[in-house]
Design a protein. Structure first.
Length: 384
C-alpha cells in the first residue's frame, strides 16, 4: 500500500469506488467502440453524471459531491485507464464548470450547474486562437457592446467539447476596450444548433478519438447582457484561474494511461513463454518493466503532491508544471515500452496498446507543452 493509499479518507475512497464502478461497468464495454466510431459519447458522459463523477468539485447545493481535488484526480486517473478520450472529455467539462461556479451570478450557477453536474449539459472553454495562442493582448475574437448585450466575432481553435457542448465559455476582447485593461472577458454561448452565426468544424487527430475539438467560428453572434461571466476585464483571470488544477488533472490522466499500459505489459510478460520460459524472466524485459514502474510511480507522486497542495489551498505553478510534464513523459514511455514487451504483437490494432500510445502522445502538448512546463519550473527555481 502506497503512502497516498494509506492517507485516503472515506470521502476519497467513496469517489474512487464510484470511478472504478463506472470504469468497469460502463466504460470498459464502450472504450473500443468510442475509439472506432470517433463519436462523441454523450451517453457515457450522462452515466458519469449519474455516478456523481462530473460534480466531484461542485458543492452539494448544485447537485455535486463537494469533494476535494485529490478526489478528482483519483477519479480521472481511474477513468483514463479505460479511456483517455472520456477522461479528457470529463476534464474539459469540469474546467468549464468551475469558472461558472467561481465567477457566475446566482442565476447563472442555479441555471447551469445542476444540468452540467448531471451530464444533461456539456461545457467547453474556448480560449486558444489560430494566430494568438492564448495571449490576452493578441486575442482577435471581439465582443462588441450592443443595446441588448454583445455581438461576438472571431475564431477559436481546439477547446475540448467544442461544437458538441451546450455551454461554451468564449474568451473575447470587449469593444470598445476599457481604458484600464485589454477588456478580455468571458461570454456564455449555447450550442451551434441554437445560435445563428456559430459554426464548428471538427478536427481529426492521431489519438483521443471520441474527444471532440476543432475550430469554432463566430460571425456576429448575438448574446444577451446576462451572457457575460464575471465582469469586463476578468476574462484572462477566469480562463487561467484553474491552470494549476488543469495541468495536474492532465498529469492524473497520464498516470491512468501509463498504468493501463504497464499492467498489460506485466501480465503479458508473466504469461507469454519464449524459449521455454516467461518473457518476463529475461533481463532485457525486466529492465523495461523496472523503468516503467519507476517512472510511473515517480510521476504519480508528483501529481498527488500537487493535488494535495491544491486541496489545501496552496496550489503551486512550479509543482503542477513538473507534475504535468513528468506524467506526460511517463505515460508515453509506458505505452511505448508496453508495445516493446509485446514484440510484434504489440503493434496490432486489435490490442489497446497502440491506443494508449496515441492517447498518451497528446499529453505533452495540450495544456502547455512539456517544454513550456520545464521552462516554468526552471524559471521558478532560478528566481527569474
Amino acid at each position: 500500500m502506497s503512502l497516498l493509499d494509506r492517507a485516503l479518507s472515506e470521502e476519497h475512497t467513496d469517489v474512487l469506488d464510484r470511478a472504478d464502478s463506472f470504469a468497469t461497468e460502463t466504460l470498459s464495454h464502450r472504450a473500443e467502440e468510442i475509439e472506432r466510431t470517433r463519436e462523441f459519447p454523450r451517453d457515457v458522459v450522462e452515466r458519469a453524471g449519474e455516478a456523481g463523477l462530473l460534480g466531484i468539485l461542485i458543492p452539494e447545493e448544485y447537485g455535486g459531491l463537494g469533494g476535494d481535488f485529490i478526489s478528482y484526480c483519483l477519479a480521472i486517473e481511474r477513468i483514463a485507464a479505460e479511456s483517455g478520450a472520456v477522461a479528457e472529455t470529463i476534464q474539459g467539462h469540469t474546467f468549464a464548470m468551475l469558472p461558472v461556479l467561481n465567477f457566475g451570478t446566482d442565476e447563472q450557477r442555479e441555471r447551469l450547474l445542476p444540468q452540467m453536474v448531471a451530464g444533461e449539459a456539456v461545457g467547453s472553454m474556448l480560449l486558444t486562437e489560430p494566430g494568438a495562442g492564448s495571449s490576452p493582448t493578441e486575442l482577435q475574437t471581439v465582443a462588441e457592446a450592443t443595446d441588448s448585450g454583445y455581438r461576438l466575432s472571431g475564431t477559436k481553435s481546439f477547446g475540448t467539447n467544442a461544437g458538441v457542448a451546450d455551454v461554451h465559455l468564449v474568451v473575447a476582447r470587449r469593444r470598445p476596450q476599457p481604458d484600464d485593461s485589454h477588456g478580455v472577458s468571458v461570454f456564455l454561448v449555447p450550442s451551434p444548433d441554437d445560435v445563428e452565426g456559430f459554426t464548428f468544424e471538427r478536427g481529426e487527430y492521431l489519438g483521443m478519438h471520441g474527444h471532440i475539438t476543432g475550430d469554432s467560428t463566430f460571425e456576429d453572434v448575438e448574446v444577451d447582457a446576462d451572457a457575460l461571466l464575471g465582469s469586463i476585464g476578468q476574462g484572462f483571470r477566469i480562463a487561467m484561474g484553474t491552470i494549476d488544477m488543469a495541468r495536474t488533472g492532465l498529469g492524473a490522466i497520464g498516470c491512468g494511461i501509463g498504468r493501463a499500459a504497464f499492467d498489460h505489459a506485466v501480465e503479458y510478460a508473466g504469461d507469454r513463454e519464449q524459449g521455454g520460459k516467461a518473457v518476463g524472466e529475461y533481463q532485457a524485459v525486466q529492465v523495461l518493466i523496472a523503468d516503467m514502474d519507476s517512472r510511473l510511480e515517480s510521476a504519480r507522486a508528483l501529481v498527488y503532491d500537487s493535488a494535495v497542495r491544491i486541496a489545501d489551498g496552496e496550489g503551486d505553478t512550479r509543482v503542477s508544471s513538473r507534475a504535468k510534464f513528468t506524467a506526460s513523459d511517463a505515460a508515453e514511455f509506458c505505452a511505448r515500452n508496453a508495445m516493446q514487451v509485446y514484440g510484434g504483437k504489440g503493434y496490432r490494432t486489435d490490442l489497446p496498446l497502440e491506443r494508449y500510445y496515441r492517447d498518451a502522445r497528446i499529453l505533452s502538448i495540450i495544456g502547455g507543452t512539456s517544454e513550456i512546463q520545464k521552462t516554468t519550473v526552471a524559471s521558478n527555481a532560478l528566481g527569474f
